[in-house]
Design a protein around this ligand. Structure first.
Ligand SMILES: [Zn+2]
Length: 106
């Protein structure tokens, strides 16, 4: 589904260790930072050939923070993390999917 519209707002909630994402259709969700960091799809976190996750999920700093958010074109969000990682892009369909999964667990 590449027709996903961009979120209407993305807000950092540092006190809650999460990002709040709101979509044009009204869906809103809170994405916890540690699982979000674990979902990075870049070549350093996921093997491009096998699709296997190579990031050490257990090794993610539980106090990890977002240092910057940057829109990439109109299709993705680049998150700069306090661990120095900034290679990963979160496309709208990917973020949307994470949001829907976050909703289900509430
Ligand atoms: Zn990555």
């Amino acid at each position: 589904m590449d027709s996903t519209l961009p979120p209407t707002s993305i807000r950092r909630l540092p006190d809650r260790q999460s990002l709040e994402v709101t979509w044009p259709d009204g869906l809103a969700c809170e994405l916890a930072l540690v699982p979000l960091r674990a979902q990075c799809m870049c070549a350093r976190c996921v093997d491009e050939i096998t699709g296997e996750r190579i990031i050490d999920v257990e090794g993610i700093d539980p106090q990890i923070a977002v240092t910057d958010l940057e829109l990439v074109g109109n299709y993705a969000l680049r998150i700069r993390w306090s661990d120095g990682h900034h290679q990963g892009l979160y496309t709208w369909p990917h973020l949307r999917q994470l949001c829907q999964e976050a909703q289900k667990s509430i």
